[in-house]
Structures are given as C-alpha cells and as structure tokens.
Design a protein around this ligand. Sequence first.
Ligand code: GLU
Length: 311
Amino acid sequence: MNNRCVKGRFAPSPTGRMHLGNVFSAMVSWLSARSRGGGWVLRIEDLDPQRSRMEYARQIEDDLAWLGLDWDEGGVDGAGEVGPYCQSMRGAEYEAALERLMATGLLYRCRCTRADIMATQAPHQSDGRVVYAGTCRPAAAPPFGDCGGEGAVRLWVPDREIEFDDRLFGHHSVNLAGHCGDFVLRRADGAWAYQLAVVVDDAAMGVTEVVRGCDLLLSSAQQIYLYGLLGAEAPAWGHVPLLCNAEGRRLSKRDQSLSMAELRRTRTAGEILGRLAWLAGLIPEDAPVSARELVAEFDWAKMTPAETVTV
Ligand code: GLU
C-alpha cells in the first residue's frame, strides 16, 4: 500500500454525444473515487483530429454536470495544476516520454502498412485483435540503435507474463508477445498512440485508479509495461461491464434512444443514475437516486464481473 491520495479519472474521446454505456463507466469511476474521499479528473482524449470535436467535449461536460458527476481538475478549460487536460495539447509531454523510452533501446521503426500487418496475421485472433508478427523488428536482440527515420515507432515487448489485479475481474496474467506483439507508440504520420498517451497522462496527473469499460481490460498489461519503462507507479485497475442493447450489441453512437440527447428529454438525472446503479448491483431496486446519495452505496464487491449487461 502507499499513501498517495486517491484520484480517479474519466477520459472520454469527444467523438459524439455520450450514451448510457459511457455514463455507466463515468458513474462507477466517480463513485469509486468519491467513496474513498478521492479526487476526479476529466481528461479529453482528442488524439484523433478527424473525429474529435470541441463541441462534443463541451457537451460531455454539460452531461456530466447535469448528472452531478463533478470533477476537480480538467475538462476543456483545464482547471488544475497538471494540465493541459486535452490530449491534443500534450504533444510535448508525449515527445519527452518517447525520448526517455528511446534510451531503453527497445524502440524501432516499422514501415509495414496495415495490409502488410493483416497479411502476416496467422491465425486471425477470434476477438479481432491484431498481433504484430515482428516483421520490422531488428534481427539482433535489444538494445537497438538509434531509431530515427521514417515509419511508425514500435516498442519491443518481452515474452513473459505481466500480472495485475482488477477490482472487478480479479487476477490476470498477460503475455504481450502473444497478446499484441510489439506495439506502436507513434504512428508513421506522427499521431500519438493511445497506449503511450494514456500512460503519460495518467502518470502526470497523479491518477491512482483507472476505471473504464472492460474492452480495455487486457490493454492494462501494455500500460503496466510502459509504466515500468517510464519508472512510474501503475494505478489500480477497475474495469466495468459494457452495456448492450436488447439485440445484445454493445451500445454505440447509433443507439439514439440511449444517447444522452434523448435521455435528457425523457428522464431525470436521478432516474438515469438509479437505473445504472441498479444494473450494477449497487442498489436493490430501480429507483431514482442522486450521485451524492450513491456514494454511501458504492462497493466493488456488490458488482458482478460480467462482460456485458443488457439495458
Ligand atoms: N478514451 C477512451 C474511450 O473513450 C477511454 C480510454 C481509457 O479510459 O483509458 O473509450
């Protein structure tokens, strides 16, 4: 144990209006932090310039505020000491981290196209994961030399298990060589990869607990590996079920009826939180409740480690 202050975060990508699944992750993250007297950061993950829009980020802020999920740091205007809190403004931080990682001698340039990578996928992963076959990996073992030049920057991964505990899904052991292979930190076009940005930011912002959808559960291992290389302390992990519609499909921007735009016209904040808290197993019946009232009800032990929950 350590005595760092508890700090949770919500890190939405501003690519559309929030739906009920996004609110579910935000709510559990907020409750987990607040139930231990912790702070909560709102970080805008707008790394993808094509899909991200500031108006969506502002809308996310408005929806969170309407729900009573308040944050102490971050957001578009970035109040707080360790900002900026929009990833599009944090390039210098990522650059500095990449420099540090270069010094480990574990990075190399990759000139594979997406088609090359797909062609060397054998057998295809049933869950759609892409495991990099190591086509551009230098023949000699690391440390590799200077990795200037063209192409994406990839990080060599070891053939060993990375262990971690998840607050809901329990103990996990992931071998990155089999799970994803050497992974990209910076794309050939200069764009920063999520895996690097999320670790640099959570470390810089003092985040002690990452709560998010369980589609990202196994990527925690990639992130733990990066924390180690950057000499930073990894946070605790808590992944939550993904919400599915009646057809069993994971909620997406297409499920208009469960978008906050629609929900705010037909439901109160208390009704939405009550429904989600009941689905999570935090309260015994589906009844309106405020975010503040839920703090006393929150307990990870009440939740079931299911990959999906139908709304
Ligand atoms: N930005 C990611 C998303 O909106 C979340 C990443 C994370 O929480 O680590 O899905």
